[in-house]
Design a protein around this ligand. Structure first.
Ligand code: SAM
Length: 293
């Protein structure tokens, strides 16, 4: 697999050669299809039974009762009754981590700042049994339609959809929990069988947006509230650097994350987690920060 020169440079500046080698192997891995069972649509056991009846062999993961992997193809899953009714949602395992880290609870006001196509919005709704008050923002028109479609299809209640630039949200709003699953280079999700589209310009643009959205997230967070910042990138410029900016706020404190041992991560000492691209996981960054008060 050939990476754009700037990306090779970024990776080799950040990681030792052996780790870059592991990252390249991770990019080359053919991961099984994963999905989330959506209890808002049907009880878990009923959905699993329905999938089995249609010949889908699935296996659960230890760290999340709604997450499953299968050796069947995406298209096979899309042809099932469970998929058509919204009782399952195709989602990478790594992408299920930020809502778990957020830990939203019933009755809380939750902002999902950059929400389309809605995987994490609907997961937060499912995790709170539809009892959190979720505001989901999306700037892009086409992607906003996809978000609206998925929220409806998944039967996620109490979700207010806003088609807007989240960086321009009124400072009047306050939320108990905020998920900023920021637009990023996608450097954690590259695959050997796909052309790499990231350019240096894209990366710089993402960094600028990430910083602006993180600033806004901090203003909108209640005292005592929690912000989860995540990306599907493994570049510190989009991860640790943005996190440092957030932690520069005098009232910010990191809440260290500790993911189960079967999730492969890069070693780091700041309490955030960066998942390694590997046989089951895409590269993903997750940090949890609390606003003191
Ligand atoms: N959280 C989503 C999910 O789990 O399905 C994935 C989000 S994706 C990584 C980032 C999204 O942010 C894209 O849909 C992009 O259009 C949107 N976006 C980018 N800049 C934005 C902004 N300033 N305000 C709101 N949304 C934005």
């Amino acid at each position: 697999m050939i990476l754009p020169e700037f990306l090779s440079r970024e990776l080799t500046a950040q990681y030792p050669p052996q780790t870059v080698e592991e990252i390249m192997q991770g990019y080359g891995a053919v991961r099984p299809v994963s999905f989330r069972v959506n209890p808002l649509r049907a009880p878990r056991e009923q959905t699993l039974r329905s999938l089995s009846e249609e010949g889908i062999a699935q296996e659960g993961v230890r760290w999340y009762q709604d997450a499953f992997v299968t050796r069947d193809t995406e298209q096979t899953l899309k042809n099932t009754r469970a998929y058509r009714s919204g009782a399952i949602y195709l989602q990478s395992l790594s992408s299920m981590l930020p809502p778990l880290a957020l830990g939203a609870e019933a009755g809380e006001s939750v902002l999902d700042m950059t929400a389309a196509p809605g995987g994490k919005t609907t997961q937060i709704a499912a995790l709170t049994a539809g009892r959190a008050l979720i505001t989901a923002c999306e700037k892009d028109g086409g992607r906003f339609s996809r978000l609206a479609y998925n929220v409806e299809k998944q039967g996620a209640p109490r979700v207010t959809l806003l088609r807007c630039d989240a960086a321009l949200l009124d400072d009047f709003f306050r939320f108990d929990k905020i998920l900023l699953d920021a637009p990023c280079s996608g450097s954690g999700t590259l695959r050997a069988d796909e052309r790499v589209k990231i350019t240096e310009k894209t990366l710089l643009g993402c960094m600028k947006t990430q910083t602006a959205l993180a600033r806004k997230a901090w203003r909108l967070l209640k005292k005592g509230g929690v912000l989860v910042y995540s990306t599907c990138s493994i570049l510190e410029k989009e991860n640790g650097n943005v996190l440092k900016g957030i932690l520069n706020n005098a009232d910010a404190e990191i809440l260290p994350l500790d993911f189960p041992a079967e999730i492969p991560v890069f070693p780091r000492s700041d309490g955030a987690v960066c998942v390694k691209p590997s046989a089951f996981f895409e590269g993903f960054f997750v940090a949890k920060i609390r606003k003191k008060g």
